[in-house]
Design a protein around this ligand. Structure first.
Ligand code: FES
Ligand SMILES: [Fe+2]
Length: 334
């Protein structure tokens, strides 16, 4: 068997363009500024007095002081060192010693969104069209809960493929037979969708039990968005559950991420109760699947030398990742 010759950027520190989480929203209060690193880039993330979040390159265009040492003043940010002031779009609006603005000088600012309890950056040439979401819930009112925060000892890509590594669902998670057989469908350059078309084994007690809850195959879908966001959807026909895994590579090459439970928003107090229950079950289910593999993630050195036919979904994901555009921090013009 031949190895995966396509692995050009899969194990690399530089990530592909996409929405990446930077901080949980609750960790950045109005008036605060924090330092965050993403894919080798140092950033300053700040929230203005009115609550809007902005992301700048960390180092001040005057002399390079870290802007996270600075102070938020209303809707602008002042560098600690010589007190230059920068507006939300990065424009330098005050150089105190010159008593004038900075002319064309600006701090580099990046597209940012706040959603699902997280602050997201788009580190590319143009902000991506959509934040990740479960396709089934597109254009629906949502409720979400930020679930567990985790660190894994490997590259995010290795964590990503776990959700579609069919074979390991048998060996690690003990799902019988061919319950899972995933079909991959790319949806544009940035999204890859996997849907289960496997059959429930009627000769197995678990297959018969599950058969009561599904008209067709067991409902399981995973959608990959951009670089390191995956949404897994599962559950019986009458209750579809959705969990988003938002990952990011740390400076040491590990994975730091959040699980976010999502559900369609139902109206009224009973609807609220139903939604809270769905979110709770989702978080418990996600935790079970996340814990099962922890040992592997601490010690694996991903080196895909001998792919087998059972790895076809993993190979589909690798090809999807490899064809995306790498982040190019330098080529951004605003
Ligand atoms: S380094 Fe920022 S104002 Fe001088
Ligand atoms: Fe797993």
């Amino acid at each position: 068997m031949s190895g995966m010759s396509e692995l050009k950027q899969f194990n690399q520190p530089l990530l592909v363009e996409g929405w990446y989480w930077l901080l949980p929203s609750h960790q950045l209060k109005p008036g605060q500024v924090r330092a965050v690193e993403l894919s080798g880039k140092q950033l300053a993330v700040w929230r203005s007095a009115s609550g809007k979040v902005h992301v700048f390159d960390a180092h001040c265009p005057h002399m390079g002081a870290h802007l996270a040492e600075g102070r938020v003043m209303g809707e602008s940010l002042r560098c600690f060192f010589h007190n230059w002031r920068f507006e939300a779009d990065g424009r330098c609006s005050d150089i105190p010693c010159l008593k004038r603005d900075g002319g064309g000088i600006r701090a580099q600012s990046w597209p940012v969104e706040e959603h699902y309890g997280l602050i997201w950056i788009w580190p590319g040439t143009q902000a991506g069209p959509f934040l990740p979401m479960p396709p089934e819930l597109a254009a629906q009112p949502l409720r979400w809960q930020l679930g567990n925060h985790f660190i894994k000892g490997c590259h995010p890509n290795v964590v990503m493929i776990n959700a579609i590594d069919e074979h390991h669902f048998q060996t690690v998670h003990k799902l019988p037979g061919h319950i899972l057989s995933l079909t991959a469908t790319p949806q544009g350059q940035h999204t890859l969708h996997f849907r289960n078309t496997g059959t429930l084994p009627r000769h197995h007690w678990l297959g018969r039990l599950l058969g009561r809850f599904y008209r067709g195959p067991l409902y399981y879908e995973t959608t990959y968005w951009y670089g390191h966001v995956g949404v897994a959807s599962f559950g019986p026909d009458f209750l579809h559950l959705h969990v988003m895994f938002a990952l990011r590579r740390t400076q040491e090459g590990k994975t730091e991420g959040w699980a976010i439970a999502l559900t369609r928003r139902h109206a009224g107090p009973l609807g609220w109760l139903r939604d809270q229950l769905a979110l709770l079950i989702t978080r418990v289910g996600a935790r079970y699947f996340a814990l099962g593999d922890t040992r592997v993630f601490q010690t694996i050195r991903f080196d895909f030398r001998n792919p087998t036919p059972a790895d076809r979904s993993v190979i589909a994901f690798i090809r999807h990742y490899e064809q995306q555009t790498r982040i190019n921090w330098e080529n951004h013009d605003t």
